[in-house]
Design a protein around this ligand. Structure first.
Ligand code: GLN
Length: 280
């Protein structure tokens, strides 16, 4: 049996949903080659490399997410470095990125702020496509911020980025930022606290709890961001928020109560109303 078949079998026996795909991703990661190479045949691997592949597959059987085993996740147009300190980038979030890029290109926006940047995948993807923007990224976790910095460097965006290690509950945040913004983006923690225990192990055991926990009703962080936005957003400024299942109307209501106008609610590929787009 080839090493690839062995990996597939290990993963399949462990009830991993896409054993072929994940086996190829693991093997490609260890060999440092593009996964597409495996469409034709499995290239030769040394015993040491096969040993590493099997170790990774056994970590996957413990439900460690593939991206955290490989240390990288493809999101929008780039590969982002990830580790245990950041939320794994999700394809659902790409609709927010696409919407923000489309609106930024239509506008004269020059500054963008990402609240809770994590790996930086949102703001860095947007800035990669919109050269006019300068970016500010806030995160309460210094370890997450380090990952975002690494990603900014890898994408050649570091000279356009300012990183601020602070919480949005910090009353001084507007002063720490020192400027106002044309665009605010955020994928805040939005899972109701009591529901975290029911999430799949890949999420509840490997995404930082601080990136998931949205308080009793899941909306605590939106209330705080809605308080902050009048102080940090320029007139005519745009807000793009990610939300969870069935949260879109509550999120919109929190912001319209502060005087913002709902511009659009945008579904993700699964049809979930994922992105709430508002204007000042
Ligand atoms: N989208 C994440 C999930 O899988 C939650 C991330 C968040 O709370 N912002 O549920």
């Amino acid at each position: 049996m080839s090493y690839l078949d062995e990996l597939v079998e290990m993963l399949r026996n462990g009830n991993i949903e896409m054993p072929q795909f994940e086996a190829r991703m693991i093997a490609a990661g260890v060999l440092g080659i593009n996964v597409d190479t495996f469409l034709f045949s499995a290239p030769p691997a040394t015993d040491a490399q096969i040993g590493r592949m099997k170790k990774m597959a056994s970590e996957r059987l413990q439900h460690r997410p593939l991206c955290k085993i490989l240390g990288a996740k493809g999101f929008y147009k780039y590969d982002f470095v990830v580790n245990e300190h950041v939320l794994s980038p999700r394809p659902d979030t790409e609709v927010l990125v696409e919407a923000a890029i489309a609106e930024a290109e239509k506008s004269s926006a020059r500054t963008i702020l990402d609240l809770g940047t994590g790996s930086g995948c949102i703001i860095l993807s947007i800035m990669g496509d919109v050269p006019a923007l300068k970016g500010w990224a806030v995160d309460a976790s210094s370890q997450a911020m380090e990952v975002a910095r690494i990603n900014a460097g890898r994408l050649g965006l570091d000279s356009r980025m300012t990183f601020v290690n602070a919480s949005w509950f910090d009353e001084n945040l507007p002063e720490l930022l020192g400027t106002k913004f044309d665009i605010v983006v955020s994928n805040p923690p939005y899972i109701p606290s009591a529901e975290i225990a029911e999430l799949e192990p890949e999420v509840k055991d490997y995404d930082p709890r601080s990136a998931l926990d949205g308080g009793a009703d899941g909306l605590e962080h939106y209330r705080r961001i809605a308080e902050l936005c009048p102080k940090i957003l320029n007139d005519g400024g745009l807000i793009f928020l990610e939300g969870g299942l069935h949260q879109e109307n509550d999120i919109a209501a929190i912001f319209t109560a502060k005087g913002f106008k709902l511009a659009k609610i945008i579904p993700d590929l699964a049809g979930i109303n994922r992105c709430i787009f508002l204007k000042k």
